[in-house]
Design a protein around this ligand. Structure first.
Ligand SMILES: Cc1ncc(COP(=O)(O)O)c(C=O)c1O
Length: 377
């Protein structure tokens, strides 16, 4: 009998999702092309309103990427040279890059081992008279508790800027949506995100009318009206095609997030007792599982990754090198050993396939392979 090739299970399957919305997306793209209104037109305006209403803020300002969102948010908050901004080292590089664009100093703090998110006690210990902002990152889709951060920030005139790039639709500790709790908040719609464009896109949400107006100007070269530039801004516009696609996908986001949570529960059940550490599933909707990240203790992570790869199962490491140990961050003066929890997580974390279209059979295959490996097969 000839062997039947087993189908690959990618980390993220964008084609599977596209197949479910293809006709609608094509019609929307066609409409934009027929209109030839390609930037800041009806779709951007409508998406800004629809996304603000979904998040529960007065404003959403669509921009070119999540990195743009962070850069503009930090600038609009008045962060500048000599200021300190506290964030985590266990994050995607862009969080820290955006602080550096403002010539401010990133102060990188430790994460809590269980949640893998910002440790509020570490933030409290890092406050100085130069602290201007705190950027909690809702990593993997799990929201950071904002209450203790608000207590630290209040009376000190320190701003909270949420990096909600990985947490579309997740709930905060006050039951409101991620991206509604900071002075300004940032989202990425990078293609693999829970709400992903088919190119680059991002958004900044805020309840502050003055900041919203400033951000709308900043995304278009600082202009108030066309060709009048009271401030120097950026080219950080969201384009009409991406906005049209995001409007279609936003309508499905609650259902997709629900399926991600179901899949996380299935993973937890099927991996129980296997020897890997599964992520805690907080009650309610505090986690939207952008990434399903397990921990593999005992120095076996890389071997497990290789084993799964040989069986056609895609995985990723989010992230292999903490920011404070990146070559480009050497000038900040951090050393190995400065953030031990973060550094250990970097050697243990492994992200498994996660996307709403993942089937129960595929989850069975992934978890059976992990169990076989951990047993030593
Ligand atoms: C936590 C975090 N912050 C910021 C970004 C930057 O977003 P983008 O890739 O859209 O510029 C990302 C996205 O990849 C992210 O995951």
């Amino acid at each position: 009998m000839t062997a039947v090739a087993t189908q690959e299970i990618p980390l993220v399957d964008l084609k599977a999702q596209y197949a479910t919305i293809r006709d609608e997306v094509r019609a929307a793209i066609d409409e934009v092309l027929e209109s030839m209104q390609l930037t800041i037109g009806p779709n951007v305006k409508a998406f800004d309103q629809e996304f603000a209403s979904y998040i529960g803020t007065k404003h959403s300002i669509g921009v070119g990427s999540g990195t743009d969102a962070l850069q503009l948010a930090i600038r609009a908050c008045g962060v500048s040279s000599g200021d300190e901004v506290i964030t985590v080292s266990h994050t995607f590089f862009a969080t820290v890059e955006a602080i550096l664009y403002a010539n401010a100093r990133p102060i990188l703090v430790e994460v809590d081992e269980k949640t893998m998110n910002m440790d509020a006690a570490a933030v409290a210990a890092a406050i100085t008279p130069r602290t201007k902002a705190i950027i909690p990152v809702h990593l993997y889709g799990r929201t950071v508790d904002l209450k203790p951060l608000r207590q630290i920030a209040q009376d000190r005139n320190i701003m909270i800027i949420e990096d909600a790039a990985q947490a579309h639709g997740a709930l905060l500790d006050d039951g409101k949506k991620a991206g509604s709790g900071g002075r300004v908040n940032c989202f990425s719609f990078y293609c693999s995100k829970n709400l992903g464009a088919y190119g680059e896109a991002g958004s900044i949400t805020t309840n502050d009318d003055r900041l919203a107006e400033e951000l709308r100007a900043l995304r278009e070269h600082g202009q108030s009206t066309r060709y009048y530039h009271p401030v120097v801004g950026y080219n950080a516009r969201l384009d009409e095609i991406q906005a049209a696609i995001l409007r279609i996908k936003l309508r499905r986001l609650p259902e997709w997030n629900k399926r991600r949570r179901e899949l996380a529960r299935a993973y937890e059940k099927l991996l129980s007792g296997s020897g890997v550490i599964t992520p805690e599933i907080p009650s309610g909707e505090r986690h939207v599982f952008y990434v399903y990240c397990i921990r593999v203790p005992g120095g076996r992570r890389d071997d497990l990754r290789k084993y799964l790869g040989e069986r056609g199962i895609g995985t990723q490491i989010h992230y292999p090198v903490p920011i404070h140990l990146q070559q480009s961050a050497e000038f900040l003066g951090y050393r190995k050993g400065d953030l031990p929890v973060t550094e250990r997580l970097a050697t243990e974390v492994l992200s498994l396939p996660m996307y709403p279209e993942l089937t129960d059979e595929q989850i069975d295959r992934v978890t059976t392979s992990i169990r076989d490996f951990m047993k030593g097969n």
